[in-house]
Write a protein that binds this ligand. Structure first.
Ligand code: KMH
Ligand code: ZN
Length: 279
């Protein structure tokens, strides 16, 4: 297969943990989330990683809210690749978490193992992961493997080897720096990259102040990058990002300096074998 040099930028615009008390710039409603997704698309992102909130601003995996948000994103940024979270929040049960895939997304996250997550436990038992994989496969939704620990990569590889997930291409997200899970360091990133199949692609989501350093290292290593308020609220020390698009735009600038072209959603659709979907 031809080498894919272009940089894939994922914007993780809201997450489940961040609150408006921490930043007034957090998009929460379907209108705000879809406006923010469009801004990130205009800035150079080609995937939006999506969580949604209920009318009180609390995280929810409610299918209707996902459908409304995905529908608005499709109207405002029709080309943007929509990746819904099936991770939700740590306290949610499997049945609640998996509802998001009813919104006809292009992709969905598949967390491939359990770990501590701050003060909480992020539970992804073997049975849950298999069930989520089956439901995604029935709906032709491409999984993105969410790996918070190195062993999560091995379980993702096992899923592929045993045919529990079948897709022509696999994309891994190394989430690094969640308190209680793998740390965000360069040697560990290099190690994680060594564990995925040669033909697969990978992105890194560095948490907190490690977002930018890990993204910059990934750029130089030929990997891909996830940025956004789910992972990091700050543009620089003590300065809140005023929008997710600011964080995307900075990655685009650095990539250009390093000679990495930015991938378009159409290029990524070809690379990932995604069909165009509508709600
Ligand atoms: N909110 C975390 C507990 C995902 O989106 O798939 C899980 C998470 C992963 O954000
Ligand atoms: Zn997420």
């Amino acid at each position: 297969m031809a080498k894919f040099d272009q940089l894939i930028i994922t914007a993780a615009i809201c997450g489940a943990e961040v609150t408006r008390n921490e930043t007034p710039y957090l998009p929460l409603t379907p209108e705000e989330l879809s406006d923010e997704a469009k801004k990130c698309y205009d800035a150079g992102a080609c995937i939006v990683h999506l969580h949604v909130r209920d009318p009180e601003g609390n995280p929810t995996q409610d299918a209707a809210i996902f459908k409304r948000t995905v529908g608005l994103i499709r109207q405002k940024a029709p080309n943007l690749i929509v990746q819904v979270s099936t991770g939700g929040a740590t306290w949610m049960k499997a049945e609640e978490r998996i509802q998001s895939i009813e919104s006809a997304p292009d992709m969905a996250t598949l967390s491939t193992g359990s770990c501590n997550f701050g003060d909480d436990l992020f539970l992804n038992s073997k049975g849950m992961v298999l069930e989520f994989a089956k439901k995604m496969s029935e709906r032709a939704i491409m999984p993105e493997f969410e790996c918070f620990e190195i062993g999560h990569i091995h379980f993702a590889n096992w899923l592929v080897q045993k045919g529990h997930v079948v897709w022509p291409h696999f994309h891994y997200d190394f989430v690094m720096g969640v308190p209680g899970a793998i740390a965000a360091t360069v040697p560990l990133l290099v190690r994680m990259r060594e564990e995925i199949p040669a033909e697969a692609s990978w992105t890194v989501a560095g948490i907190g102040r490690m977002e930018l350093p890990m993204a910059t290292v990934a750029l130089a290593m030929g990997g891909h990058v996830r940025v956004g308020m789910e992972d990091n609220l700050y543009y620089s020390k003590g300065v809140l990002a005023k929008s997710n698009a600011e964080l995307v735009a900075r990655i685009v600038r650095i990539a250009k300096e390093l000679g990495r072209p930015i991938a378009t959603p159409d290029e990524v659709r070809d690379y990932f074998h995604l069909q165009k979907k509508s709600l």
